[in-house]
Design a protein. Structure first.
Length: 300
């Protein structure tokens, strides 16, 4: 569903730009070509507004980044976002298949965030397959449903990897995907069925930006929401697997930025990265996949 919606959005953005270019070309080819850049400029303006909100509402124990760092983060996010939202997700969601060889080697479940699908993880899927790691990427639907609705989807992916490898997988989750993993972990026995949970820019304590969303899952991600309180209550005293939480001081979606950390987790700050770009940072990808690869056939 999301891929269809995003293809429609791409079409709606492209048609006016093309019409402008065709109509203006006889008078000014340069102005016509500039019109083709309007969708990119519009997306860049949206990102700039998000960074402005981070500056205004992002009070946090982590020191604020400077203007130069924010500008570099905006530029990287623009490039990453164009690839994710205007190419991989709408047109290439199924281009990278799951990899389920019948080998005793720990696998990886990839869980995306809000307004995303499995196409988000294409670079990760290629890299995991090249390293011989079994892997499954999910698409969470309904797109604007309750986060609790995603637990059965995570369950199915974990079960597929367990059946193929005989080992509990590593969960790698971006943004809201981290909360979807925690919703799944409330199931009896779930904590023993996963070796580690790695979250990337996940709003564990909510995010200010969720105040601007109107879907059920967005409301659940608001700081102090009833859903987050119930999740914390259910987790209190319950067993949980090791968590590693990557977060950044330039996150334009999850802020204040320390809301992407968890008490008792291995919290890793990587400065100067924005929300989507953090998921494709070389250090994040290398170290995260190394945890799965190093586990081999040992232990849990």
């Amino acid at each position: 569903m999301l891929a269809r919606l995003q293809r429609l959005l791409c079409l709606l953005l492209a048609l006016p730009s093309l019409a402008w270019a065709v109509g203006v070309w006889p008078r000014s080819p340069l102005l016509a070509l500039a019109g083709l850049a309007l969708p990119v400029l519009g997306y860049g303006a949206l990102l700039a507004a998000e960074f402005a909100l981070l500056v205004r509402h992002g009070d946090d124990p982590v020191p604020r980044p400077g203007a130069a760092a924010l500008l570099r983060a905006w530029a990287r996010e623009l490039g990453c976002g164009l690839q994710v939202f205007f190419w991989r997700q709408p047109f290439r969601a199924a281009a990278e298949p799951d990899h389920l060889p019948a080998v005793r080697r720990r696998g990886v479940v990839f869980v995306h965030g809000l307004v995303c699908n499995r196409g988000f993880w294409a670079p990760w899927l290629r890299r995991a397959r090249a390293q011989g790691l079994p892997c499954v990427a999910v698409s969470l639907e309904p797109v604007f449903g309750s986060i609790d609705d995603y637990a059965p989807i995570v369950e199915a992916a974990v079960a597929r990897l367990e059946a193929a490898t005989g080992l509990p997988p590593v969960l790698v989750c971006h943004s809201m995907g981290g909360l979807a993993a925690r919703a799944w972990l409330r199931r009896p026995g779930a904590a023993a069925r996963v070796a580690r949970v790695v979250t990337i820019a996940a709003p564990h304590a909510g995010t200010w930006m969720a105040r601007l969303g109107h879907g059920r899952n967005a409301r659940q991600m608001r700081p102090g929401s009833r859903w987050l309180a119930e999740l914390a209550r259910d987790e209190a005293g319950a067993p949980r697997p090791p968590f590693t939480c990557w977060y950044t001081d330039c996150d334009n979606v999850v802020f204040p930025v320390s809301t992407a950390t968890r008490a008792g987790a291995d919290n890793r700050l990587l400065r100067g990265q924005a929300h989507v770009a953090l998921a494709f940072h070389e250090e994040v990808m290398r170290e995260t996949l190394a945890w799965a690869g190093a586990a081999g056939d040992a232990g849990r």
